[in-house]
Design a protein around this ligand. Sequence first.
Ligand SMILES: Nc1nc2c(ncn2[C@@H]2O[C@H](COP(=O)(O)OP(=O)(O)OP(=O)(O)O)[C@@H](O)[C@H]2O)c(=O)[nH]1
Ligand SMILES: [Mg+2]
Length: 289
Amino acid sequence: MTDESVAAPRKPRVALMGEFSAGKSTLSNLLMGARPLPEKVTATRLSPVWISHGTDDPYRIDIDGTAEPVSLENLEDLPVQETRVIRLFMESDILEVCDLIDFPGISDPNMSSEVWERMLTEVDAVIWCTHATQAWRQSEAAVWDTMPDSVRENSILLITRYDKLTTDRDRLRVLKRVNRETKGLFGAVFPVSLLKAIQAGDDYDLWDASGAGPFTQHLIDTIDVLTKLAARTELPLYNYGNDTAIPEAVVAPVVPRRVQRSAEGERPARPTAPEGAETDAAGRIIRTS
Ligand SMILES: Nc1nc2c(ncn2[C@@H]2O[C@H](COP(=O)(O)OP(=O)(O)OP(=O)(O)O)[C@@H](O)[C@H]2O)c(=O)[nH]1
Ligand SMILES: [Mg+2]
């Protein structure tokens, strides 16, 4: 544990979840402006990876609670079934305001769902990544159905790999269907091409066209809300049932209003799309709630 985390109230914990290959790890790279893991490691099945701000060495926590140092190069050798979570520390802007937990894919036939289910109770909010070309499958809806409202209302649904849909008609069709089928189940829904967002570099227009602009702005606002909620309770929101009131706020910390995308460049906060906004011909924006 870093000194910082002992002194400060706990940070909100945002989980990155979704089906296999939906873009969870790409999203964590985008948000942190860096790759936390070597390329070859991200290609393998890992236990949930919980990333916090700091310079501490990585370690794993066994299912019996024992902590043990690990090497980043050898994460793929760790026993997935016996590892509750891998803890990593990085000095990235977004980690100053929240922790990120990168989950494995939900319906991986080579991994028991227990591996990620046992980490759900640590979560305050989720960014759920759903493949644009097969968005919001039954398997995704079934898992989301088990989440408490306290988590769902602060969660974001990202329709990822949106660039794989090639016509405006397809994009609109998918967006409308997903919005219809997930009505009331998420705080907001955004279509995005994570690949294009990463490739945008410092090109402001490309960044916006990727869908990352409105999404990151909404994420910053959500982290603000979560920070205030987290200050009221030591328990993750997952553990607050629908009928359990969250205690009154003691402090309302101020969240820096920025998410740095890359080591070199930083982008000013962008305005969110107005309520009820739809796509334009370039497939940009769309914030629906
Ligand atoms: N075209 C396109 N490819 C993407 C996009 N997002 C991710 N990818 C690619 O999809 C592949 C899978 O992405 P990951 O980020 O590893 O997906 P994941 O959800 O972490 O996958 P698992 O952890 O294996 O379940 C990678 O090759 C990415 O480059 C996108 O928006 N557009
Ligand atoms: Mg991954």
